[in-house]
Design a protein around this ligand. Structure first.
Ligand code: DUC
Ligand code: ZN
Ligand code: ZN
Length: 475
């Protein structure tokens, strides 16, 4: 099957070019003018931007949640990410109960995900069942299985998620040997617990106490530790979901000194206001409980600048598809009210990531189109060892292509921006531009802004070791 995408303007990390794209089967076969037919299909992209399908570094579909037991809405909802222009998700794979990391990855690919995922997917391992030497020995095998990244939680002490310094150090040393990139959830659990328990002791349980009890310094302190561990072990690190200036500045300083450290932030930290959690209707307010928490305007402005000046390198969604009924597990029968400490943490957002970045960044003059492609496509693909198969429009790359209508105007709603849940954190926000047509490995999966693909279109894409963060190591 040969498809010609003609008359569009291709966006890259270095500029824009007016050229046509020939897709042959699943790959890009040629880029240029006057490409020779015959073609089976022609798509006219006049007046549209054409860019690589989004690569989302940070997705939780079907994840065990922070309380160790909740299960997010599953892969059957991943079609929504295609509507939002994201063609590859990198999902987190925690240990299945009783399974090792490698067994969990195998189970994820060959059982859970089988025939159910709509975009292509790669995986990060995420250890929540540390078994000493046995877990460490799995690092090499994970890399061989195409999983060259791992996330460790430095927060949530007292749960299976929590990894203390001994485990962090051991994993980083092992990861360095095999080209694995480490990722961390950096918040100091003792700092948070002190603030959270003090609030509760004073009778404060409402959702707004979530953001009031997770101070920036608790995040920055944990980032500092992880950065020092990365520097000492030489293990490249990506700090995920950076939410504030204090933490971002730690990364900036470390990078200036040559530390192998990169940072990610998420769309919700760029645009959503923590005071949404002040809503007296707690069933609404809990929608914005995520960790780290939403921050005030100065931190939000800082994050835009940090993406633009290369302090932070990736925009990941941290999509956590937590259904309403699970959010309501925060209600405490004994107290007779919601207890913010019991609400599962996380916001959906994989389908919204590119639209938020375009609407509030590119369309408002706060970000260049080149940076948009860099942080949403190219760098996440490079960090995860997926480049140049993913994250770029090049001859030989997978034909994951978005044809984007910059003239579209809309208002965020569940109807126009579905996420597989019954609530939409960006409800009422102004949207500028949207994906009109999306190709996944050459197949049209979004047509006229409607999903036309099939569950199971998505394939597991193995990542290669020594991703982009390794380039930061002194040779
Ligand atoms: N961290 C994440 O990365 N996602 C959801 C919850 C959390 O704590
Ligand atoms: Zn996290
Ligand atoms: Zn996450």
């Amino acid at each position: 099957m040969k498809t010609l995408i003609k008359n569009g303007t291709i966006l890259t990390t270095t500029g824009e070019i007016k050229a046509d794209i020939l897709v042959d089967g699943e790959q890009i076969a040629a880029i240029g003018k006057d490409l020779q037919g015959p073609f089976d299909k022609e798509i006219d992209a006049a007046g549209k931007y054409v860019f690589p399908g989004g690569v989302d570094n940070h997705a939780h579909f079907e994840a065990l949640n922070t309380d160790g037991k909740t299960t997010n809405a599953g892969y059957e909802t991943t079609w929504c990410t295609l509507l939002g222009g994201t063609t590859t998700i990198v999902d987190f794979c925690t240990n299945e109960p009783g399974m090792s990391l490698c067994e969990s990855i195998d189970y994820r690919i060959n059982t859970r995900a089988k025939g159910r995922v709509s975009p292509d997917f790669a995986l990060h391992a995420c250890c929540v069942d540390y078994r000493g030497e046995e877990s460490l020995a799995e690092v090499e095998k994970l890399v061989e299985m195409g999983v060259p990244t791992m996330k460790l939680f430095l927060a949530y002490k007292g749960t299976a998620l929590y990894m203390d310094d001994t485990k962090l150090l051991a994993f980083m040393k092992e990861a360095r040997k095999h080209g694995m990139t480490m990722m961390v959830h950096a918040e100091n659990p003792d700092v948070l617990d002190d603030a959270r328990d003090s609030a509760a002791a004073e009778g404060h349980y409402e959702p707004k106490y979530h953001y009031m009890t997770r101070p920036q310094w608790g995040e920055a302190e944990s980032v500092s530790k992880a950065v020092r561990f990365a520097t000492a072990t030489g293990c490249p690190l990506c700090v995920v979901h950076v939410s504030c200036e204090e933490a971002g500045e730690v990364i900036k300083e470390a990078r200036a000194k040559g530390a192998p450290v990169m940072g990610e932030t998420c769309p919700h930290y760029l645009v959503l206001d923590p005071h949404l959690m002040d809503n007296p209707d707690w069933k609404q307010a809990v929608h914005w409980i995520c960790s780290p928490p939403l921050r005030e305007e100065p931190d939000r402005e800082y994050l835009w600048k940090a993406l633009n000046n290369d302090t932070l390198s990736i925009l990941g969604s941290d999509n956590s598809s937590i259904p309403q009924y699970q959010k309501e597990w925060g209600f405490d029968e004994e107290l007779g009210c919601v207890d913010f400490r019991k609400v599962p943490n996380g916001c959906p957002g994989a389908p919204d990531r590119l639209n938020v970045c375009w609407s509030y960044g590119v369309a408002k003059g706060k970000m260049t189109k080149e940076k948009f492609v860099e942080i949403n496509m190219e760098y996440p693909a490079k960090v995860n060892g997926l480049y140049p198969r993913k994250g770029t429009i090049q001859v030989g790359s997978d034909a994951d292509i978005v044809i984007f209508d910059p003239e579209y105007r809309g208002t965020w709603s569940l109807e126009s921006n579905p996420n597989g849940l019954t609530y939409q954190p960006y409800e009422g926000c102004e949207q500028i531009g949207r994906a009109e047509t999306v190709l996944l490995r050459g197949k049209v999966v979004v047509d006229d802004a409607k999903y036309v693909g099939q569950p199971g279109d998505g394939q597991f894409i193995p990542g290669k070791p020594y991703g982009m963060a390794y380039d930061l190591l002194e040779k």
